[in-house]
Ligand binder design. Structure first.
Ligand SMILES: CN(C)C(=N)NCCC[C@H](N)C(=O)O
Length: 288
């Protein structure tokens, strides 16, 4: 099993993550809190109340976890394609796999990465939703003192299963949308690259960026539900399950609720995934 794809997936994912985290914080807050009038209002309030650091809340854990999550995604994707088509990453430009194979390999990568991602994503969302400014004398301390304290508190209160709150919604979100992600990337690369050649850096950037946008547009409805289920049990009401969360969110806030965070998600997705694919392709090329 070639291991370079796992390492390249990790490094490229970390670069994309740092670039996209401030957008991600705004998105999570818009999806789970009703106090903001929109993106700009959320950014202004976050900055005034918590300074620039507020946008980077909850980032340390994803940086550590991206090693597992993105390397599983890209490593499983590439190795699933190898199993389906008997071609290595380098051979795939001369013998391109069918889109059905790309989709199946993407869904497989998405399904497996969702389970690795679930506990890390839960902790990230809980920390991003703490709107208290960093410890100031006299102000009430935030519920969680950091990622380890957050994980330990959830574990103590709810046991190991608590750490997988929202995992079902996450799996449903990521399995098909990662198929869409890789198919869009491959399709765009092939449109702008002569047969048998390696796509240029510009093509990889654009194809990666649009793969990010397309997959996140498809993922946003379940992303909203996932974030709400992860927050359930704290400030918000607890839901009886995924369907209950969908129905009661739509009843209370209308169908528009499923598109909360769509604009910020798309704005974030382009640079994050352009950088992710560019560094992934370059790393694999330089390792030959
Ligand atoms: C629609 N979904 C779930 C994805 N496209 N997931 C792939 C993640 C890529 C990058 N780390 C990001 O956060 O955009």
């Amino acid at each position: 099993m070639p291991a370079e794809e796992f390492v390249a997936g990790w490094i490229s994912g970390a670069l994309g993550l740092v670039l996209g985290h401030p957008f991600d914080t705004v998105k999570v807050r818009l999806q789970t809190q009703t106090t903001y009038r929109g993106i700009v209002d959320c950014m202004v309030k976050t900055y005034r109340h918590e300074s620039l650091l507020g946008f980077f809340k909850g980032m340390s854990f994803p940086i550590a976890s991206i090693a597992v999550v993105n390397s599983v995604l890209f490593g499983v994707y590439s190795n699933a394609l190898l199993a389906l088509t008997a071609t290595s990453h380098q051979e795939r430009r001369a013998q391109p796999p069918s889109y059905t194979h790309v989709f199946i390999a993407g869904c497989t990568g998405g399904f497996l990465q969702a389970y690795c991602l679930a506990p890390f994503d839960l902790i990230k969302v809980r920390l991003q939703n703490q709107t208290e400014p960093r410890a100031k004398p006299g102000s009430p301390p935030p519920r969680y003192r950091g990622p380890v304290h957050c994980a330990a508190s959830i574990f103590q209160a709810e046991g190991p299963r608590g750490l997988f709150r929202g995992a079902w919604a996450l799996t449903l979100r990521d399995t098909p949308t990662l198929g869409i992600y890789f198919v869009t990337y491959e399709w765009l690369c092939r449109q702008f690259t002569p047969d048998g050649q390696t796509p240029s850096s510009g093509t990889v950037l654009v194809a990666g960026g649009f793969a990010g946008i397309t997959s996140w547009v498809a993922a946003t409805p379940l992303d909203v539900i996932k974030s709400r289920m992860q927050m359930a049990g704290l400030k918000q009401r607890a839901y009886r399950g995924l369907l209950d969360c969908m129905v009661s969110s739509a009843r209370q806030e209308g169908l528009g609720v499923f598109f909360r965070g769509l604009t910020i998600n798309s704005a974030r997705a382009f640079p994050v995934n352009a950088v992710t694919f560019l560094s992934y392709e370059h790393l694999l090329l330089s390792w030959g």
